[in-house]
Design a protein around this ligand. Structure first.
Ligand SMILES: [Zn+2]
Length: 118
């Protein structure tokens, strides 16, 4: 292989490596943004307050974010840690109107400490 061909070949390798590096940098940026967004969601969920709506006998109670207008029972605010515990211990459903379940999911994923990137 002549020197001209070798130069062309190595330039091609350099271009490919630069492309791969740019791809990896983009992936890292995307994942960093995702991690930051998840952490922000967890923090928001941690700071939020919740209420448990008492429903009919034999029906599961409903977890709301505080101030949800679909909660018709007297509201006693509870902290996020208690809300997580109640979801674990009680037959409780999460209100879909105020999306309390999204917060609980964020808290449970933080609580488990498992962030394997899936
Ligand atoms: Zn609600």
């Amino acid at each position: 292989m002549g020197v001209g061909e070798r130069l062309k070949s190595h330039r091609a390798v350099v271009a490919w490596l630069e492309y791969q590096l740019a791809q990896e940098r983009r992936k890292v940026q995307d994942l960093e943004a995702e991690v930051a967004a998840r952490e922000q969601a967890r923090e928001d969920a941690r700071r939020a307050r919740y209420t448990v709506e008492t429903t009919w006998p034999d029906m599961p109670n409903v977890l709301h974010r505080s101030g949800c207008r679909y909660n018709s029972s007297p509201q006693t605010n509870i902290r996020a840690s208690e809300a997580v515990q109640r979801v674990r211990d009680d037959p409780l459903v999460c209100c879909t109107a105020c999306d309390a379940g999204a917060n609980i999911t964020a808290l449970l994923s933080a609580d488990g400490g498992r962030d394997d990137g899936t």
